[in-house]
Design a protein around this ligand. Structure first.
Ligand code: MCA
Ligand code: AMP
Length: 484
């Protein structure tokens, strides 16, 4: 990812980032990130894959910190801005971060934890002035570049370590497949602690010399305003966002709808991913925007693997073909398996989980089940674990939520499932067995203090007992039927 920094000189005077009402050129970004690297190198010549956790608002600051950490030889650990303290603590402790960087508004949130864990604590705009002008270290492609936390089939999220080489490969593949150029402009409306926002939107745009605008929060109006004013020509989002844009458009007056539809047609292309795109959403969006959404499939561990073609037929309910540089195969059981330079290095500090997630001949086992259809493209059928829920494009572990729920007084047992939902894909729901009275409102408030809102159950149902099979294992399909 040092290459992204080097590329930036080619586009020095072009706009790289628009955030907080200001425009920043590639030269601004180059300089500010190099200065941030110097700050990190105050007491060393090379961070040597040291982890730097950062809780920074989307925009220029986020990217200058991210690039600064890379240039100083460190590994970026972006923190989710909506995490409550227990989730932040877990990520920081688990990654072993020795430096924490925050936007001023998060100073109070993390100050105490930084001091308790003896981490260097940098508050942007407060103590972020570099005093050195050292030679930046050589950072080769085999070094760790980023740790993103992903929920899976274990109760606690695992840190996915991607090297600089992995990120370079992920970005180059998408630039080629989706024909990014320096003439493009996009907007990032996605959180910046996941691949979709970090790699597909921001890093691809900046690698190509395109411009990237940031919105502080998700807002249908702000997205449509950018489109109406011809500020962007590329847009990427999760299916839930397209659902929300459709709902918003449908509530507009006829004149406004016509105007927006005309503006939408000017975009170069629009992409959906991170969760299955319902055919109904794809078809409605085509009527509204004139765009047949390009659906693609990826995962934190591998970046993007499959994509419908940029030129050529895009098929509803189908995630396309292997991307450049990515090898994909189906196991006998229909599991998608992936190999190539885009595939991550390891789960942080979890050699056993890493080994288990690869086949003996080195293919990464995604856990997603698919078939190759009559025209040779992949069609996803589901996952081989009932414990993984996809809601709003976020991957959520039912086991992680169950573990937290069991700590609540009055709950004897529980089972967390995803209920099919048009807007969110799946809605997190919990069946609980109680040993004493449980007030649902108090439980819901408590859960939101333990985990981010997007992971907390939206529905609770009290059952006398959980349905189990002959082996005593909870049968989640029955739980879904009982509570939906
Ligand atoms: C939020 N709300 C929800 C959920 N999330 N309700 C049900 N289910 C949910 N999952 C509720 C909130 O509690 C709140 O209600 C209201 O919706 C608004 O909350 P807010 O957080 O403001 O939501 P939002 O800003 O409207 O968020 C919707 C969103 C967001 C923009 C779609 O979920 C999002 O950014 N999703 C994208 C995640 C993503 O990037 N995933 C990629 C990872 P109340 O006020 O009552 O509490 S996957 C990946 O990276 C792989 C590699 C890939 O393939 O891409
Ligand atoms: P994450 O671990 O958050 O990176 O999420 C990756 C998972 O999202 C994959 O394993 C799939 O289950 C799911 N996913 C991503 N893109 C798609 C898609 N286009 N259709 C269906 N599922 C998808």
């Amino acid at each position: 990812m040092i290459q992204i920094f080097n590329n930036s000189l080619t586009y020095a005077n072009k706009t790289a980032i628009i955030s907080d009402g200001k425009s920043f050129s590639y030269a601004d970004l180059h300089q500010a990130s190099a200065e941030f690297a110097q700050l990190l190198l105050a007491e060393t010549d090379d961070l040597g894959e040291g982890r730097v956790a950062f809780m920074v608002n989307p925009g220029f600051d986020y990217v200058r910190v991210q690039w600064g950490i890379w240039q100083a030889g460190g590994i970026v650990v972006p923190l989710c801005l909506s995490y409550p303290l227990p989730s932040l603590r877990y990520t920081i402790e688990n990654s072993g971060a020795s430096v924490i960087v925050v936007s001023p508004e998060f100073e109070e949130t993390l100050k105490g934890l930084a001091s308790e864990l003896a981490c260097r604590f940098i508050v942007l705009g407060k103590n972020d002035q570099a005093k050195t002008t050292k030679k930046l270290p050589e950072v080769d492609d085999s070094r760790g570049a980023m740790i993103l936390y992903t929920s899976g089939t274990t109760n606690l999220p695992k840190g996915v370590v991607s090297t600089h080489g992995n990120l370079n490969a992920q970005i180059s593949s998408l630039i080629e497949a989706w024909k990014w150029t320096s003439k493009d402009s996009t907007v990032c409306v996605l959180p910046l602690h996941h691949v979709h926002g970090v790699v597909n939107v921001v890093s691809c745009a900046l690698w190509a010399g395109a411009s990237c605008e940031f919105l502080p929060n998700f807002s249908e109006k702000a997205i449509f305003d950018l489109i109406e004013n011809a500020k962007i020509n590329v847009f990427m989002a999760v299916p839930t966002i397209y659902f929300k844009l459709i709902t918003y458009w449908e509530a507009l007056s006829e004149d406004q709808q016509i105007c927006l539809t005309q503006a939408l047609r000017q975009l170069r292309f629009m992409i959906s991913g991170s969760a299955a795109l319902p055919v109904s959403v794809m078809e409605r969006w085509e009527t509204i925007s004139g765009h047949l959404l390009l659906e693609r499939y990826g995962m934190t561990e591998i970046g993007m693997a499959l994509s419908n073609p940029y030129d050529g037929p895009r098929v509803a309910g189908h995630v396309g073909y292997p991307l450049p540089g990515v090898s994909v195969r189906l196991s006998e059981e229909g599991e998608i398996q992936v190999k190539g330079p885009t595939v991550f290095k390891e789960y942080w500090n979890k050699p056993e989980s890493t080994a288990e997630s690869f086949t003996e001949d080195g293919w990464f086992k995604t856990g997603d089940i698919a078939v190759i259809d009559e025209i040779g493209g992949y069609r996803i059928l589901g996952r081989n674990s009932v414990d993984i829920i996809k809601s709003g494009g976020y991957k959520i572990s039912a086991l992680e939520i169950e573990e937290v729920l069991r700590q609540y007084p009055g709950i004897a047992d529980c089972s967390v499932v995803g209920l099919p939902n048009d807007e969110w894909g799946e809605l997190v729901a919990a069946a609980i067995v109680i040993k004493s009275h449980v007030d649902e409102k108090a439980l819901s408030t408590w859960m939101r203090e333990q985990m981010p809102a997007y992971k907390t159950p939206r529905k609770y149902a009290v059952l006398a007992e959980l349905p189990r099979n002959a082996m005593g294992k909870v049968t989640k399909k029955d739980v879904v039927n009982l509570i939906q």
